[in-house]
Design a protein around this ligand. Structure first.
Ligand SMILES: Nc1ncnc2c1ncn2[C@@H]1O[C@H](COP(=O)(O)OP(=O)(O)O)[C@@H](O)[C@H]1O
Ligand SMILES: [Mg+2]
Length: 297
């Protein structure tokens, strides 16, 4: 019986994924799993990214921070090819995402675990079926293997005992961990965490934090973490990017980035209301909107 290569458990190889190489786009710098160059995105007339460059190292935890609405979720969707940019290049594991065929894109996505901003569990399915869902959608594995895989992932997040619970019976932290079990069901090479700590109490937050670190270290998974919690980021991240106004405005070691003294980091990490990040979402003329066109002097 043949199993897909990505199920590392079934093969002798410790590498769950066959390396995806594409000689046209592969560069000598193999230490970067994701390379973004000149990313430019306009959504609804608003420029989200204007020439953003970012390198995400293999096997490390990279944090992306930035004001709300700055485009962090959009950036993750560009990496998975769910959203196309207007210009620029995103290379994931040597492959230019924009140039992939539909089939190759789906193949690449199976190598990426995505933890959504809300846990996004299917409310009509129990925990087991939520984790089994991607397997049922994308494979024809026999039931006994699906069961083993799901229990293995639930065990990894400490929730094997919760397999029969419904999402409505879970605490926020448990729901987040179930979503994480689902995100790693295909043994991804890359996990994208979109604000995984929001709404968690300190205990649950630390559990998720510990899981992020464990998955990164024991499975060697490259992790990208969009989050605001600087204390948590300091504990796990190897590198931090601060994104604002369509670009990377600061980057560095999580222990020192907050102290670089630039106006960006002062405003963002110091929580100052005034600074380079505008308070107003771009809008048309206020007087005109209120019906006083021409009255404002
Ligand atoms: N599909 C879309 N169409 C139009 N505007 C969008 C779309 N998706 C996101 N936006 C806008 O793009 C900006 C960035 O959104 P998002 O990536 O969700 O920011 P963040 O995750 O940093 O809070 C926001 O202003 C949002 O309103
Ligand atoms: Mg977001």
């Amino acid at each position: 019986m043949a199993f897909p290569q990505r199920f590392g458990y079934f093969g002798a190889s410790p590498q769950p994924f066959a390396p995806m190489t594409d000689s046209v786009h592969a560069t000598p710098d193999d230490s970067m799993l994701v390379r973004i160059r000149g990313l430019t995105t306009v959504l609804g007339g608003k420029t989200i990214f204007s020439g953003l460059d970012m390198d995400i190292p293999r096997g490390k935890i990279t944090a992306i921070m930035g004001p709300s609405g700055t485009g962090k979720t959009t950036l993750l969707k560009h990496i998975t090819g769910q959203m196309r940019a207007d210009a620029g290049r995103i290379v994931v594991d040597g492959q230019n995402v924009a140039e992939l065929s539909r089939e190759k894109l789906y193949e690449m996505r199976e190598g990426i675990g995505y933890l959504f901003q809300n846990s996004a569990l299917l409310t009509d399915f129990d925990v087991f079926e939520n984790v089994a869902f991607p397997l049922r959608q994308h494979t024809r594995l026999p039931e006994v293997l699906i069961r083993n895989l799901v229990l293995l992932k639930l065990q990894a997040v400490g929730l094997r005992g919760a397999a029969a619970l419904m999402p409505s019976e879970l605490s926020g932290g448990m729901a987040r961990r179930v979503a994480l079990a689902r995100a790693i069901v295909f043994d991804p090479m890359l996990i994208l965490y979109d604000e995984p700590f929001v709404g968690l109490d300190p205990v649950a937050l630390n559990q998720v934090l510990k899981l992020i670190r464990t998955l990164n270290q024991t499975l060697g998974i490259t992790s990208v973490l969009v989050a605001h919690e600087l204390a948590a980021i300091r504990q796990v991240a190897d590198h931090v990017f601060l994104v604002a106004n369509g670009k990377v405005v600061a980057q560095g070691d999580p222990k020192t980035i907050a102290d670089d003294g630039s106006p960006w980091t002062r405003q963002f990490f110091g929580g100052e209301a005034d600074g380079p990040v505008p308070f107003q979402y771009p809008a048309g003329d206020y007087a005109q909107a209120l019906g006083f066109a021409g009255a404002a002097k």
